[in-house]
Every structure is written in C-alpha cells, then in structure tokens.
Design a binder for this molecule. Structure first.
Ligand SMILES: [Zn+2]
Length: 285
C-alpha cells in the first residue's frame, strides 16, 4: 500500500509559537530537525504496518516549502517539496493509487480556540474559511480531496484541537496528541523524544486500519463547493483590481470573498489565491 504523508510544522511536537516555525526564529534550524524526526516516526510506523511506498509532501509555506532536513529524513521515502508544483500546491503528490493519507504536524482551523497557531492557508489574510456554510481548516481540504480520489485520512498528529477537528470527519482516524493547546501560542508539550513513539504507533495503526478497509472515505460534502473567505483586513484596491478580471470570484463585502469549484484541487487553489492576491497584476493561481 502506498502511503501519503502531508507534513506541516505548526503541529510538530514541542513547537508552540510563530517564531518556532518562521525562518527568522532563533530555533528554526533545530525545529526543522524536530519536524523531520516527527515525520520519520510516521514513516517508520507506516512501513512497520506493511506500506510498500511512502510519499511525503511538504506543506509548510516558508522557505518555498522546503523545510525538512533532507539528510535526516528516512531514506525509504520520497519527498515532494518546493514551490510551483502542479495542481493544488500542497497536494500534488496525492493520487488515487494512495491507500491512506497521514497528517503529521497539522494544526487547527482559522477561528478556532485554543488551537496552537490555528490558521487556514493564509495566516496573514484569512480570518475564517467557510465551505457550504461550515468553518473548515486545512485537514478538510486534504480529506475532501482524498475522498474525491477514494482515499481515506487515517491519522493526525498535533494538538487536541486539530485532533478533534479530524475526528469529526474521520471517526476511525488515529490521533497522536503531542501537545495540549492552552492558547494560540502556548501549550503543554510532550517532549519530542516521547512524542515520536506516539506518532509511530498512530501511523502503524492507521496503515493497518487502511489495509483492513476500516477507515472512512470522506464523501459528505456537496458539490459544487461554495467557499466564503472572511479576511482579517479589508480588501485592498490591488485585490479588487485583480479580482475584477476573475469572474469566478465575487466580493460580498469589504472583508468577504466568495468562490466555488467542482473539485478540491481547484477549490484549494481558488481559496489559496486570495492569500497572495494583493500583488499588482497577479491573476494566476
Ligand atoms: Zn504550516
């Protein structure tokens, strides 16, 4: 069974603040190693449960999505990294031949408390993202896209808030809660050395459940997907100018843009575009 691992940084064991996951932070080089080690734990668990192939895809949007330490990553996997990937940037490697998706180091949705570094796609711009009227987060984009391809989500590591959000759509998924969120930049952390065996065990269980056909493939969201993106700041003139040439977007009010899509590859790209639409002349996504 081919296993797809999406790895983000905000939910990595031991990390709680924005400066932990930003390249200017004093601990960033060390934290890259922590991210790599949590990922290795999931890779090891996947192979222990009989994975034939593990594809890891980087999802953390700093340094052009190149944060894992390549000479520390488990050599049995392959890693998709770097900007400009085809299709939905962070899901380029998710294909229908995968047997299960594992989410390592993920985080809670924008607008949910106390989720550590809770956000959805763009921390700078997005206050909340709604899909068909419900607040969604990044695990929703992954799980809905995976569902379109017939692939279940089997595991998440991160804080208790993202774990609950994943269990809401994937009740049989396995969770590795490596920290208890206390606020957006505060948590009670299990030290990484103890968290990694939890991640390894969760990944092993998840792949075993996938091989037994006991995970839920997400099919609960109606198409076309209707997105409402609430912004933290009013739309700028540059954004309005760019959006005026893109009929697939409508401006609802000075903080809200709506768009829709028939699949989540396009849906993700249409939402993500609004995070960089404040660039003169930028009308591609
Ligand atoms: Zn991230």
């Amino acid at each position: 069974m081919k296993v797809f691992i999406s790895v983000d940084m905000e939910g990595i064991s031991g990390l709680v603040r924005w400066m932990d996951v930003a390249s200017q932070g004093i601990d960033f080089p060390r934290n890259r190693s922590l991210m790599t080690a949590d990922t290795n734990a999931a890779i090891d668990g996947a192979f222990a449960a009989g994975a034939s192939e593990v594809v890891v895809e980087e999802n953390h949007g700093v340094e052009d999505l190149c944060v894992l330490v390549m000479d520390e990553i488990d050599p049995r996997c392959s890693v998709i990294r770097g900007a400009g990937r085809p299709g939905a940037t962070t899901m380029a490697g998710l294909t229908e031949d995968a047997g299960v998706v594992l989410l390592v180091g993920h985080h809670a949705s924008a607008g949910t408390f106390p989720g550590i570094m809770a956000h959805t796609i763009s921390y700078g711009w997005f206050k909340r993202v709604l899909l068909n009227g419900e607040v969604i987060g990044e695990p929703d984009f992954f799980s809905i896209r995976a569902g379109e391809l017939g692939v279940p989500v089997g595991m998440v590591s991160g804080d208790q808030v993202v774990a609950a959000q994943v269990l809401a759509f994937a009740p049989n998924a396995v969770t590795a809660i490596v920290k208890q969120a206390l606020a957006h930049q505060s948590g009670n952390c299990i030290p990484p050395q103890r968290a990694r065996p939890m991640i390894r065990d969760a990944a092993e269980q998840a792949v075993a459940l996938a091989r037994a056909g006991e995970l839920t493939i997400r099919k609960d969201v109606a198409v076309p997907y209707q997105f409402e993106i609430e912004l933290k700041k009013p739309l700028t003139d540059t954004m309005r100018d760019n959006l005026s040439s893109l009929p697939e977007y409508s401006v609802l009010d000075d903080h809200t843009v709506v768009t829709s899509a028939m699949d989540m590859d396009l849906g993700f790209r249409r939402c993500a575009y609004l995070g960089y639409a404040d660039t003169p002349g930028m009308t591609r996504y």
